[in-house]
Design a protein. Sequence first.
Length: 312
Amino acid sequence: MRVADTGEFGLIARVTARLRHGQACLLGPGDDAAVVAAPDARVAASTDVLVEGRHFRRDWSSARDVGHRAAAANLADIAAMGGVPTALLVALCAPPNLDVRWAEELSEGLAAEAARVGASIVGGDMSASPTLTIAVTALGDLGGRPPVVRSGARPGDVVAVNGRLGYAAAGYTVLSRGFRTPKLLVEAFRRPEVPYAAGPEAARLGATAMIDVSDGLLADLGHIATASGVAIDLKREAFAVPGQIRDAALALSVDPYDWILGGGDDHALAATFPADVALPAGWAVIGAVGDGAGVTVDGAPYRGAAGWDHFR
């Protein structure tokens, strides 16, 4: 059955029947707008979009995989502000000949990823389009704390990361070369493992700046450096190269540090902290903040891939 056969409202009914609601959802899909609790009296909000052929391919990923990725990209942004995600709004633009089951499974993937943090899909929109596109808006609760922004890093801070780096980029390269293994790397591209709890944890620890690593560590730390008016220097020796990344890089003639330093889509969290903060397990110190501008590796500009830019 195609979505054209169900019609817009038939498809909405099929999709929303698969959703479950968390505590923050006071009124879910079915009215002109949803109602979401905001106990903090502030709402963190972020939007991301996935376009077929640009961000995903249906011959590479299942509909559930795409749902997980679409949700993770937005939920990670809330975590990077130090917040706890509460709700997602999803817009689906689909060709009329799209299989209905694909849309249903997409919603299942979205809901499953949101459930990992207790968030709900509370509404959205649908439209016909020649290009399959999923746009997601995430809402989150700051828990009474100030948001952790990009502009707070100060000279003397340490730079730390929580989460995987290079796995999704390696998986993308593997898929683009026509392979489906190593499974660990391919699955990392299909469904990122985001350390959501590390965001609020960093806020409680006194993180001075934080960002979701979506476009590549060097590129995203560059945003912190620019916003804060500081320089960031990373230590290459701080990055161990996991065995499967090392082996895949050797087989594909790729410098593994291009994946680790320049690859995105793992959605690790990178943050700066005062040097005297004792970081718990999961956080690894990878560099330091100093006077100046830009991001360097061992004191010099990195000459490999620096990150993703949609228009470059």
